[in-house]
Design a protein. Structure first.
Length: 83
């Protein structure tokens, strides 16, 4: 289970990417192909088994027709707030 802010943010990022994929009627294979990585590699990122490298993150955002900033802001909004 994610416990640090970074782990929570990575989990939220994976969830947001899934949402963006659904809205674009894409699947993870489509995204992996668009980004130029293997589906198994993307799957490791999406399951939080490996962190997204920054160049890959930027290509993912572009493939989803988003700026990296917008994708991160949407993901960050999903991180549970303390209090």
């Amino acid at each position: 289970m994610a416990t640090t802010y970074g782990e929570l943010l990575e989990a939220a990022l994976a969830k947001q990417i899934k949402i963006e994929l659904a809205e674009l009627e894409m699947d993870q294979k489509d995204l992996a192909d668009a980004v130029g990585i293997g589906r198994s590699t993307l799957n490791r990122y999406m399951q939080n088994k490996q962190s997204f490298p920054m160049p890959v993150y930027i290509r993912i955002a572009e493939a989803l027709n988003l700026s990296p900033k917008t994708l991160m802001e949407r993901a960050e909004a999903r991180v549970p707030q303390e209090g």
